[in-house]
Design a protein around this ligand. Structure first.
Ligand code: BT5
Length: 326
């Protein structure tokens, strides 16, 4: 009901809508309308009311609730189930907890995480409502070996979304999105399954949107950045999330039809490391290599110091630039 009331008030932002007409349109009592308006105000909507005129929506809160994000989601299957939380330990953990009852394409979003996760036991830090913290739950009919491709697909969807805002990011295989040499976004793919089939895949995405320098812990200031920091302006989190989910669906639909070409093209063209020397970090061992390709399977093809070719699967390694983060 709250979303229906909001819908009507948003379409009539220039004028007042009376309680009587809302109750007629929605088929509920005026007292019920008043109760929902009260709840909307508690959610952060600034709704003006005058006894003889009715209600007028003055402003909406900067939250990623379904009511706020759904106008920007243009999908057929993704995000049909959308769960929004004020605080979670981790959106990926919530997905793992609930996966049995969640449908394919469910999206879990939090304003804040108390234990946001990175890869290999690392953590992801983001101050409340300054970024996008979301997980997409997938239940695909895929072989386990295809999973790394989905991380690349998510990175490509993020790239497409930001490119449409004229934000020129680079993809640092397999899961980092880099802006001006610093990390803007990370992807954490988790799965459960066996060699032959997958129970679920969880694609966790963290993007720094409106964080200021003092919103990052000291140890991150030299490696992390946000859109607001780089462009000195406020970005709409809801628009970015809606468009990200839409772009994810487009690439996902192609991928499940056997076409990985758009993702691969983006990952190669936007690569921060292709044709560069990088350091591979694998279980504490460092190795200098030159990146020469990203394969059809989404692996990294590198040349080691003895000019031997090697294929690196995502998840095995971390990468560092020789002289900088990229
Ligand atoms: C990642 O791991 O980059 C994956 C991050 C995924 C986060 C999302 S948020 C929603 C979903 N739910 C979760 O619990 N997680 C996912 P990795 O490549 O391991 O990078 C982690 C490292 O990035 C940390 O050790 C820090 O050095 C750095 N880092 C932490 N927070 C950051 C931030 N906000 N911006 C940039 N770098 C950050």
């Amino acid at each position: 009901m709250k979303d229906l009331i909001l819908n009507i008030l948003s379409k009539n932002k220039e004028c007042y809508t009376s309680g009587e007409s809302l109750s007629k349109i929605l088929g509920v009592s005026r007292a019920a309308i008043w109760k929902h308006i009260k709840q909307l105000r508690e959610d952060g909507y600034n709704i003006e009311s005058f006894s003889k005129k009715g209600y007028k929506l003055l402003s909406c809160p900067d939250i990623l609730s379904y009511e706020e994000v759904s106008p920007y989601i243009k999908t057929n299957s993704m995000a049909k189930n959308y769960l929004h939380f004020d605080v979670l330990d981790s959106t990926n953990n919530k997905g793992k907890e609930l996966w049995r009852e969640l449908t394919h394409g469910t999206v879990i979003v939090a304003e804040q995480q108390n234990s946001g996760k990175g890869r290999l036991g690392r953590s992801w830090y983001c101050e409340k409502s300054k970024g996008i913290l979301c997980s997409i739950i997938l239940k695909p009919d895929l072989e386990t070996k295809a999973v790394p491709k989905v991380t690349s697909l998510a990175a490509a969807a993020i790239y497409k979304t930001l490119k449409a805002l004229d934000v020129d990011v680079k993809i640092k295989w397999p899961n980092d999105i880099i802006l001006n040499g610093k990390k803007l976004c990370g992807v954490l793919t988790e799965m459960s399954g066996d060699m032959d089939s997958i129970n679920y895949l969880i694609i966790g995405i963290g993007i720094n949107i409106n964080s200021q320098a003092n919103n990052f812990p000291k140890e991150l200031t030299s490696i992390a950045t946000s859109l607001a920091l780089e462009y000195n302006k406020y970005f709409s989190r809801k628009e970015i999330l809606g468009s990200l989910l839409s772009n994810f669906e487009i690439l996902w639909d192609e991928f499940t039809k056997g076409d990985f070409s758009s993702t691969l093209k983006i990952c190669k063209e936007a690569s921060a490391i292709l044709n560069k020397k990088v350091i591979l970090l694998n279980r504490g061992i460092e190795e200098r290599v030159t990146v020469i390709d990203i394969t059809e399977e989404g692996e990294l093809k590198v040349l080691d110091e003895n000019n031997n070719e090697k294929l690196i699967c995502s998840g095995e390694v971390s990468l560092r630039g020789i002289n900088s983060y990229t």
